[in-house]
Design a protein around this ligand. Structure first.
Ligand code: MG
Length: 157
């Protein structure tokens, strides 16, 4: 078995769509980023690459490269899952924490889990997503940013 951890943080700004785990969430603000800014998929990608032993998202998709401007973060996940399957590693489970003050993610939790399961081509019950507030502390607590931690366990087929 192989374990990987991923973390990411993005600024929350007006005039951007909020995408989390590939799901569009109604929100006054969205995540700033070179790509679609999906902080959860970026952390998941890094967790997968970590478990595979294949570096990090920036080494494959540098944000200095205009090629990745505005692209769907699902492309990053496709690369990470391809690297995993090349090593005959499949996803056992994923656990994630999203840190945000707003919007409240409870009503969208199941949809986000389903979306990630689809992207990774695994059953829904292998994916768990939680949301936490920062109790109004720091930049996340003040609504200036959103962050995500993801842990993934891969198993040799
Ligand atoms: Mg990112």
């Amino acid at each position: 078995m192989r374990i990987g951890i991923g973390f990411d943080i993005h600024r929350l700004v007006e005039g951007r769509s909020l995408l989390l785990g590939g799901v569009k969430i109604p929100s006054a603000k969205g995540l700033l980023g070179h790509s679609d800014g999906d902080v959860l998929l970026h952390a998941l990608c890094d967790a997968l690459l970590g478990a595979v032993g294949a570096g990090d998202i920036g080494s494959y998709f540098p944000d200095s490269d205009p090629k990745w401007k505005g692209v769907s973060s699902q492309i990053f996940l496709e690369k990470a899952t391809e690297l995993a399957s090349r090593k005959s590693l499949r996803v056992e489970n994923v656990d994630a924490v999203i840190l945000t003050e707003e919007p409240r993610l409870g009503p969208h939790r199941i949809a986000i889990q389903r979306s990630i399961a689809q992207i990774l081509r695994v059953k829904d019950d292998r994916i768990n997503v939680k949301a936490k507030t920062m109790e109004k502390l720091g930049p996340i607590g003040e609504g200036e940013a959103m962050a995500a931690y993801v842990v993934v366990l891969l198993e040799k087929e």
